[in-house]
Design a protein around this ligand. Structure first.
Ligand SMILES: N[C@@H](CCC(=O)N[C@@H](CS)C(=O)NCC(=O)O)C(=O)O
Length: 320
């Protein structure tokens, strides 16, 4: 069985990862590939113009990462991590198992890995997509107690720090890294970038000494170094994707003349047409403008800011 042999040695494995440099989900798959010393082809996807390969490899979600192992796609980052662990065991001295050997320890690791995705990531997400700085700051503040739970409960439980009686345990996996290290570690770039995005330091050594020290150790690992994007690059990417919406204060919005909105036809040679005027009623508190890029087309979403109010997607517009 040539296939089974290939799985054991890894020598004949053909591994491709479809990814996106800024994606924590992709980063976790890359960390595991690196830690296991596996050679793989990496293809950077444009998520606004997805490749045929991505579309046919992840027909359900059409998201990255997708691992393609000997022609067979595996989707969803935590499933990819577990798959790599099971299908391609440690193949050299640097290759470590990511899932704990004991079934109960595995269940505990899976619980906290899900907590990272379901609670930490979801709480943090508005730092990335929030429309105003206030929304971002509020989300960042809410992230802090979630991280404190990871520091106080998950780190102890997973690493068995209390049972071993060790002063300092290295990782969630104890002396080596495990699933929780990988899943949480893949978010470090964005957690650090939170400070440059909205001014809130979420992993603060003074308040979270265990987690801050763990983060330093994790990022310094061979196989992780170089994969966690720096805060400036992530912040720039974030601002391109989700620029903070210009907010026109209520005094100005009452004065319709202060606000002129024009569409600009995307096809060259055609004159800009005026956008139908926004209803600037007394309930109008603010005006939000958001540029969205979807595939080839660009849209400007103009939101009158009314309570439960309407948004007017237009092909392209300027606000002055
Ligand atoms: N639950 C998925 C999440 C993957 C995900 O959200 N990927 C994003 C990049 S960070 C993506 O491909 N987005 C493209 C899209 O939503 O169309 C996983 O763990 O792999």
């Amino acid at each position: 069985m040539a296939g089974a042999e290939a799985l054991v040695t890894g020598e004949h494995d053909d591994i491709t990862l479809l990814g996106l440099w800024a994606s924590p989900f992709v980063i976790r798959a890359r960390i595991v590939l690196n830690l296991k010393g596996l050679a793989y082809n990496y293809t950077e996807e444009d998520i606004y113009s997805k490749s045929e390969l991505l579309l046919r490899s992840n027909t359900v979600h059409k998201k990255v990462p997708v691992l393609i192992h000997n022609g067979k796609p595996v989707c969803e980052s935590k499933i990819i991590v577990e798959y790599l662990d099971e299908a391609i065991p440690a193949i050299n001295s640097g290759g470590v198992p990511i899932l704990p050997a004991d079934p109960y320890d595995r269940a505990v690791a899976r619980f906290w890995a899900s907590y990272v995705d379901d609670k930490l990531f979801c709480t943090w997400l508005p730092v990335f997509s929030g429309r105003t700085n206030e929304e971002r700051v509020e989300a960042a503040r809410q992230v802090v107690p979630v991280l404190q739970t990871l520091e106080k409960e998950a780190f102890k439980e997973c690493s068995k720090a209390n049972q071993h009686g060790q002063e300092e345990v290295m990782f969630f996996g104890g002396d080596t890294i495990d699933l929780v290290d990988v899943v949480l570690g893949s978010l470090l770039g964005w957690l650090h970038a939170t400070e440059t995005i909205c001014g809130v330091k979420v992993i603060d050594g003074a308040k979270m000494p265990v987690l801050a020290a763990w983060a330093e150790r994790f990022q310094a690992l061979d196989g992780v170094k170089g994969l966690i994007p720096d805060a400036e690059r992530l912040t720039e990417y974030n601002m391109d994707l989700h620029p903070l919406l210009p907010t026109v204060d209520s005094k100005k919005t009452k004065d319709a003349a202060a606000l002129q909105i024009h569409t600009i036809d995307p096809s060259p040679g055609r004159p800009a047409a005026p956008l139908r005027p926004l209803e600037m009623g007394s309930a109008c508190r603010a005006l939000h403008v958001e540029e969205r890029t979807r595939g080839q087309s660009r849209q400007l979403l103009v939101d009158s800011g009314e309570e439960g109010g309407s948004s007017h997607p237009v092909p392209w517009a300027i606000v002055c």
